[in-house]
Each structure stands twice: as structure tokens, then as C-alpha cells.
Design a binder for this molecule. Structure first.
Ligand code: ADP
Ligand code: ZN
Length: 727
């Protein structure tokens, strides 16, 4: 009980820390604070931005109670968004503060953008003396609009000093120009595409859903090039007409800038863009304007789910099967699944689009939770590529090479027709392993359980897990033998070298995410490919996603078996998705096209499914297997990852957790075993797998287990990975 009659109002504030609950702060006299207000509060010796949460503040002794330092002039974070944060925290077993932290990622946006200083022509005013330059300025400014000095100087083609001179003479008065919107409002009826009958049927269904205030999930399942984007744009239009904001999630949006232009063609303006490669200033403006409701549509990476939308009314998740939607850092979440939750909380429709849906979404559709809409043909009679395997046992590459003569022959033909070939290999660098021919020494990362990958362009050996790198030596560090180090296996750089040997005159581009020059350079290269300025492209999965390369008619997969080897129950699904996506890059403009898979297992169900085009049989079989094994989506799964500076500590703690695991009829705990990557950045990792039935209370069980087990001490860290990617 507070007896003090001058008791201050106390509110809970969620701070961006690993805190389990909001902390209490006093509201200063006269401050306007509501749930959702963004505030600055003292926290220990620092100050941080936090969000006023719901309900009364917890009890704090008067001595400890500190006041809010500042209430930002910023729209409060809406109720739905706050419930979403609570939900994600509970589901992923993350401290809610860490989820709220994802919402608070644009600190400069909490203060309103200051107006820019501008100038306006004063009616009737004139300079003491007219010059040609001055006349041009007056010509531009006479209509009484507000200009910035630089803008006016540029428009009139004069130097800034001319304008300054006129201002000194009182020809201009100073005015404030309010901040401009980052994007113009989209117009739902700007330019609707003429849809085919199939597309129209699908679009009509989606318009119906997106035009209603109700939670629904629709799976738009259409082959690559069937026009899914055109179709879901109709859902976007319907939601805009309803006065709602829209979020379109796109994996790798930073590299699919063509999407923004397509959107502009349809809606007359670009969507707001959100991803980690955005310039900070732009990010802050988008954040602020989403909160203010000025930005109506955001196209973003997974983190866009945590933007403070005011009136979100539709989420589209494009390429919903994409592994990039899973975040495995601090808060482990799958943005596809959380998008569905967000729709449920906000009571609005969600559309999941893919040519190769996740097994989870297919099962949800089979069981009637999602509606599935199928587009089975490519647009404009463009045929899907002819697909075939190359049996590498029967048509092996020449010594030291990785390209089968069959593939080289097709590349020749493609080149002769002046069309593009793509060689796909999901491995960066030159070679995944380097060893000494004399003593057998293998180059391994000192901090991770992985080989160092040679990057020949950079002359380095690099760890793909922690970034450790060292110059590639001439001599073996073990036995000292000179010039006996050999590269084992191919990466994209090595394939490009082989291509150069066979096609020295072709224009060859290597594309992988670690290319020098970063996103900017990648965008330029992707653009060049789309314009037909390259003949042969050697690339990683970066080129498999969402691009339209009109001249591409041959796709060769260097190692179609690559993803199948790791023994993960998801391996077949993932490999199928990747192969279908990458071969789907061929023949999108209607030319006859070909996809070739180099494989040692041409009879593997994944290869059969790709070659015959019978995805249905493949899905059915995979779904059957998961069901028999009680694996997701027919059962529930979580990983508990214990990491520590030493192997003993990590293993010991994992074992102690295992011993503390409560008995349950619906849940089993497996392990501990070394995590798929046993050592990362110097930390040893062990994993427990917690497997339960579909209806079990997995989160409740995990909480009980973690409470019953010992507290992590010293270097030990425990992380829960709900719905892990690999199991
Ligand atoms: P998906 O997303 O299913 O792979 P897209 O929406 O990218 O397919 O469409 C493939 C290509 O066909 C794009 O270049 C797109 O502009 C074009 N296209 C699809 N449908 C239409 C249509 N109804 N009118 C005009 N162009 C279309
Ligand atoms: Zn490493």
C-alpha cells in the first residue's frame, strides 16, 4: 500500500534488455503517458528508450523508484503490436525485453524529424538590380512555393550565392518545410494488370479475403513464373482500399530491387523499404512514417514484422518456404509463422506465396486451416524448363574438373544462341577444404569445428562460421613442405575458373554473398544479368531467389546432392525447394529452356520429383514420413543449445539439464549431443532436443525444465530454439 497521498503514478516500461518483465517508473508531473508511449528512462548508470507497457506498474520501494526522463513526441506503439511482442516472447521463450528491442531499432526516429529551412518569394518584392541569373531564380520562385536553397539553386541553374544575395535583399522570407514522405501513397487502381483466367480466379479469391476484416491464411501455390506477384498485388490493392497498411515480406529484399519497380508499375509509387542494408537515415524515416501511418505499404525483410504499424491489415509472405525467414540470433523466430500470429492478433488476412511451399504450410492446407490456391501454368504460355539429371557416374568430368561434358556441350549451344547459362553451386569461395599432399594436414578454423574455405581472389583461407581468416600459405604449417597444398572440392570461384578454361571469350560473372563491394555491387551485377550483359553466371543460392532473367535458358546444378548429405530430416524438402527454385530461373521469357542436375543419385526421390515435375507425389511421400516419425508439423520440436568456453562446461550443463527434465507422457528429451556445429567462434555447443506431440504444452514444459535445472554460470549460455531448422 502506498500511503503517501502525493503518490506518483507508476507505469511499467519495457526496456530493450534481457528482462523478463517491464520495470516500474514514475510518471513526472504533467507528462502525458499512455500504454505504448515511447519514453527515455534511467537504467543503472545509463538511459535507454523503452515502451510503456500495460497494466499497473509493479511495486517498487519509493527509494528505488525513478522517474521517466522524457516522453518522446512519437505515436504510441499500438495495442496489437504490444500483444504481438508478448506473444512472440512467450512462444520463443525469450525475455519480452529482447523482443521489444527489435521494435526499438531506429532510435533517432522517436523524435519528430525537424522541418527543413526553406524560403518563399515575398509577394511584390524585387531585387535592386536584375541580372539574368536573378531573373531565372524569380521565374522559378514566383509561384510562391517553398524551396530549399539548394533545390532552388539547382532548378534555376545558379549558384547558391545568387539566392543568398536575393534573400539578403528581402526577396525571400524563411519558412519551415515539413518533412517529406519517404514514399508517395500507393494508388490501388493505378494500373491493374490484365490477368489470365487462372490468375483472375485466384485474384478474386484473394481480393475477397483481403477486403474483409477477418483472420484467414491463404497459401498461394503457383509454379515459378505463374504470376503470383501480380495476383497477390490484387490482395494488396483490396487491403489499401479498406484503408489498411500492408506488409510484404521478401527474403533478400536488398537484392530484389526489381520488385520495387514492379510495385511502382502497379501502384504508381514505391513501397517503403526495410532491411539491414538501408541507410540509417532512410531507416529512421521509414520507421517513423510507418508509425505515423504515412507509409502504407512496406516491402521488407523478416525484421519488418516488428515495425510499429498503426493499422496493419494484410501481410504477404513471399517465398514463404525460404530458410532466411528464420532468425537464429538472440530471439529465435520464424517470420513466416510469426506473420500468421500477427494476422491472428490483428484479425486480418495473411497470404503465403511460394512455388515450393514448406511442408508445414502444405499440411496446414491439407487439414483445412489454410486455403490453398493453385496456379499450375506459367504466364503467357512460357513453358517450364525441360529438366534432366546428368548421372555423374556415367558422364564424369575430365580430370580436375567438375563440369560434365554433357553440361559443357549444352553451355556451348546456349552461348551460340546468345542466351544465358547459370551454373549453380551453393558454396562460396574456391575450395571447401585445403590439405597438404605430403603429411595430410587439413586447414581448420582455430575457433570452430569447420574447415577453412579457400578464397583465391582474396588469397585467403576463411571460416564461414566466425569469419576467421588467414593468408593462404605456400608451405604446410605442419611439415613445412613447399607447394604441396591442394584444394579439395569446388566452390563457385573454382567453377568460374573451369568455365574460363572452356569459354575464354564468354562474359562470365561470379555471384556470391561475400563478393567485394557488398550489396551495391551485387545489385549492379544482378542488373547486368537481367539486361543480358553476361553470358555465363556462376552463383550461390543468391541467384536462385525471385529474379527474372529474361535471357536465361540453361541452368546447370553442379552438385545437386550437396544438401542431401547432412542427414537432417528436412534435407530432402530443402533440396527439392532449392533445386525447383534455381531451375525455375530458366525460360521465364518464353524461350525453350533446360535445367540439368549433376548428381550421383539420379534415382533419389528429390531428383525424380524435379525431373518428372511431380511435386505432388514428393510432398505426399515426405508428409507421410514426417507423420510416421512424429516430426513437425505432426509433432513439436525445440532445441536447447548450451554453449560455453570449454567442452566440459557445455556438456556438463547440458547433462545436468537433461537430468532435471521432468517426466511427461507427451514429451521426450533427447541428448545431449554435440550441436550440428560443435564449436563456433570458440564456444563449444551441445544440444538437447525436446520432442512432443502436436498438442503438447511445449513452452510450459521447457519453462519447467529450465527452472528445474541449474542456473547457467560463468561462460555458460542456454538458448532455446523453438521449431529448429534442422533436427
Ligand atoms: P511468380 O511470382 O509466380 O514467379 P511473377 O509474378 O514474377 O511470377 O510473373 C512472372 C513474369 O510474368 C513477370 O515478368 C510478370 O511481370 C509476368 N506476368 C505474370 N502475369 C502477368 C499478367 N497477367 N500480365 C502481364 N505480365 C504478367
Ligand atoms: Zn571459425
Amino acid at each position: 500500500m502506498r500511503e503517501d497521498s502525493s503518490a506518483k503514478r507508476v507505469v511499467p516500461v519495457m526496456v530493450p534488455m534481457p528482462a523478463d518483465r517491464p520495470y516500474s517508473y514514475a510518471v513526472p508531473e504533467g507528462a502525458r503517458v499512455v500504454p505504448g508511449s515511447i519514453v527515455r528512462v534511467p537504467l543503472g548508470p545509463r538511459e535507454v528508450a523503452g515502451i510503456v507497457w500495460d497494466g499497473p506498474g509493479g511495486e517498487v520501494s519509493a527509494k528505488k523508484l525513478r522517474p521517466i526522463s522524457e516522453v518522446f513526441d512519437c505515436p504510441p506503439v499500438g495495442e496489437e503490436v504490444r500483444r504481438f511482442v508478448d506473444w512472440v516472447a512467450a512462444y520463443t521463450l525469450s525475455p519480452p525485453g529482447m523482443v521489444a528491442r527489435m521494435l526499438l531499432r531506429a532510435p533517432a526516429a522517436f523524435d519528430p524529424e525537424p522541418p527543413i529551412e526553406g524560403m518563399r518569394f515575398v509577394d511584390g518584392a524585387g531585387p535592386d538590380r536584375m541580372t539574368a541569373a536573378r531573373a531565372r531564380v524569380l521565374e522559378m520562385a514566383r509561384d510562391g512555393q517553398a524551396w530549399t536553397r539548394a533545390g532552388l539553386a539547382h532548378a534555376a541553374g545558379v549558384s547558391a550565392s545568387v539566392i543568398e544575395g536575393l534573400r539578403e535583399q528581402g526577396v525571400f522570407e524563411t519558412v519551415a518545410i515539413p518533412p517529406q514522405p519517404v514514399v508517395a501513397p500507393p494508388d490501388p487502381s493505378y494500373a491493374g494488370a490484365e490477368l489470365t483466367a487462372d490468375q483472375e480466379r485466384a485474384a478474386e479469391r484473394l481480393r475477397e479475403k483481403a477486403g474483409a476484416n477477418a483472420f484467414t491464411v491463404t497459401l498461394l501455390d503457383g509454379v515459378t513464373g505463374s504470376g503470383k506477384t501480380e495476383v497477390y498485388f490484387e490482395a494488396v490493392a483490396a487491403a489499401l482500399e479498406r484503408g489498411k497498411q500492408v506488409l510484404i515480406l521478401i527474403p533478400e529484399i536488398a537484392l530484389t530491387q526489381a520488385f520495387l519497380e514492379r510495385f511502382q508499375d502497379r501502384f504508381g509509387a514505391k513501397p517503403g523499404e526495410w532491411h539491414s542494408d538501408l541507410a540509417p537515415r532512410k531507416r529512421e524515416r521509414v520507421w517513423r512514417q510507418v508509425a505515423e501511418g504515412q507509409v502504407r505499404v512496406v516491402a521488407g525483410a523478416r525484421s519488418a514484422l516488428f515495425l510499429p504499424f498503426r493499422e496493419l491489415g494484410l501481410i504477404v509472405v513471399d517465398e514463404e518456404h525460404d530458410p532466411a525467414y528464420k532468425q537464429e540470433d538472440r530471439v529465435f523466430y520464424n517470420a513466416r509463422d510469426m506473420a500468421v500470429v500477427r494476422g491472428h492478433i490483428g484479425n486480418f488476412p495473411v497470404v503465403l506465396a511460394s512455388a515450393t511451399p514448406s511442408l508445414e504450410s502444405r499440411v496446414n492446407a491439407n487439414q483445412g486451416r489454410y486455403e490453398r490456391i493453385v496456379l499450375s501454368a506459367r504466364f503467357a504460355d512460357a513453358a517450364l524448363p525441360d529438366l534432366a539429371t546428368i548421372d555423374m557416374r556415367k558422364a564424369p568430368p575430365e580430370r580436375g574438373g567438375f563440369l560434365s561434358p554433357v553440361l559443357i556441350d549444352q553451355m556451348k549451344k546456349t552461348l551460340a544462341r546468345k542466351e544465358q547459362s547459370l551454373l549453380f553451386l551453393n558454396r562460396r569461395g574456391y575450395a571447401p577444404l585445403t590439405l597438404c599432399r605430403v603429411c595430410g594436414h587439413r586447414f581448420q578454423c582455430p575457433d570452430c569445428s569447420s574447415w577453412l574455405v579457400e578464397h583465391r581472389f582474396r588469397g585467403q583461407l576463411v571460416c564461414h562460421h566466425c569469419g576467421h581468416n588467414e593468408p593462404r600459405p605456400e608451405a604446410c604449417p605442419e611439415c613445412g613442405a613447399l607447394d604441396h597444398l591442394v584444394a579439395c572440392g569446388p566452390g563457385v570461384e573454382r567453377i568460374a575458373e573451369e568455365v574460363d578454361r572452356h569459354f575464354p571469350d564468354a562474359r562470365t560473372i561470379v555471384l556470391s554473398s561475400d563478393m567485394l563491394g557488398g550489396v551495391k555491387r551485387l545489385r549492379l551485377e544482378l542488373d547486368a544479368i537481367a539486361k543480358g550483359e553476361a553470358d555465363i553466371i556462376v552463383g550461390t543460392q543468391l541467384v536462385a531467389k525471385g529474379h527474372n532473367f529474361p535471357a536465361m535458358t540453361l541452368v546447370g546444378v553442379i552438385d545437386a546432392d550437396l544438401g542431401l548429405a547432412n542427414g537432417d530430416p528436412r534435407a530432402a524438402e530443402r533440396t527439392f525447394q532449392l533445386l525447383a527454385q534455381v531451375t525455375g530461373r530458366a525460360g521465364r521469357s518464353g524461350r525453350k529452356s533446360l535445367g540439368l542436375l549433376q548428381t550421383y543419385q539420379p534415382d533419389h526421390p528429390v531428383m525424380r520429383a524435379i525431373v518428372t515435375g511431380d511435386a505432388e507425389a514428393f510432398y505426399e511421400r515426405e508428409i507421410g514420413e514426417r507423420e510416421r516419425a512424429g516430426l513437425p508439423p505432426f509433432g513439436r520440436l525445440a532445441g536447447i543449445i548450451v554453449s560455453a568456453a570449454t567442452r566440459q562446461e557445455a556438456e556438463g550443463h547440458a547433462r545436468a539439464l537433461r537430468r532435471a527434465a521432468p517426466r511427461s507422457d507427451t514429451i521426450d528429451v533427447l541428448g545431449p549431443a554435440e550441436a550440428p556445429l560443435a564449436l563456433v567462434a570458440g564456444r563449444h555447443r551441445f544440444r538437447l532436443l525436446v520432442q512432443g506431440t502436436r498438442r503438447c504444452d511445449l513452452q510450459g514444459y521447457l519453462r519447467a525444465l529450465l527452472t528445474a535445472g541449474p542456473r547457467p554460470r560463468g561462460s555458460i549460455r542456454v538458448q532455446v530454439d523453438i521449431d529448429p531448422q534442422s533436427f
